[in-house]
Design a protein around this ligand. Structure first.
Ligand code: PXP
Length: 240
């Protein structure tokens, strides 16, 4: 069965939407997600600090019992923070200030050198690195060449596809990408935009070892509570 890493960025988004307010607390959300069975906790420390703050990552490092996954851009500031806090895994993502959320994968054709140096520095200090990439064999080939431990295949285009034909086409690309990465012995994760409906599409794709899901789970948790929101997603993943 694939694992579920719960992204809690949007708990911090709610907190940061009001000045001088310190709730809801992302660490509390992480504890509840773990108690419900999550296999990992994901946070994205953005350069603009729009949701998760550095102190959240430091607190989570003390509290998380499963696996703390830090999403970050491959910048020198973030590398320094990761080396200091030592998350269990780093996922490299692209970042632009205007985006609402991470829009595309990290383009390894363009950023091969930066990614290679980041992978080498972080993995050299014992932090396995995953790279968030679009479902494209050229991207996977480079992730393998630069020795990344894992890739996370971007599922956003699939989730947002406007026609059934496009959905089928992108799902086939994701399937081929997952199989190719698995063949190269890269760890294979997937995420972005996944919800309680779209997760069904991944039935039988056993090469994916972990799904990284945030927005849909936190949205449901607002209404029914974190435990039920995480458990319902875990049940769906169990049946894939
Ligand atoms: N994976 C990566 C690399 C991401 O950047 C994000 C969004 O922060 C997610 C997964 C989770 O996406 P969503 O919140 O749409 O489930």
């Amino acid at each position: 069965m694939a694992g579920l890493a719960v992204n809690i960025d949007h708990v911090a988004t709610l907190r940061e939407s009001r000045e001088f307010i310190s709730y809801p607390e992302p660490i509390a959300a992480a504890v509840l997600a773990e108690l419900a069975g999550a296999n990992g906790i994901v946070v994205h420390l953005r350069e603009d600090r729009r949701h998760i703050q550095e102190r959240d990552v430091r607190g989570l490092r003390q509290i998380v019992q499963t696996k703390l996954i830090l999403e970050m851009a491959p910048t020198s500031e973030m590398i320094g923070i990761a080396l200091d806090i030592k998350p269990d895994v780093v996922t490299l993502v692209p970042e632009s200030r205007e985006e609402l959320t991470t829009e595309g994968g990290l383009d390894l054709m363009l950023y091969k050198e930066t990614a290679a140096e980041t992978v080498s520095t972080l993995q050299g200090s014992g932090i396995p690195v995953s790279i968030f990439i679009d479902p494209n064999p050229d991207q996977i080939k480079i992730a393998h060449q630069i020795n990344a431990s894992m890739v996370e295949i971007h599922t956003g285009a699939f989730c947002n596809a406007s026609t059934e034909k496009l959905k089928v086409h992108i799902l086939e690309k994701i399937t081929q990408a997952a199989k190719y990465a698995y063949k190269l012995k890269l760890g294979v994760n997937a995420g972005h935009g996944l919800c309680y409906k779209s997760i069904h599409a991944f039935k039988g794709l056993s090469e994916i070892s972990e799904f990284s899901i945030g927005h849909s789970i936190i949205s449901k948790a607002v209404l029914v509570g974190m435990e039920r929101a995480v458990k319902e997603m875990l049940d769906l993943i169990k049946n894939l």
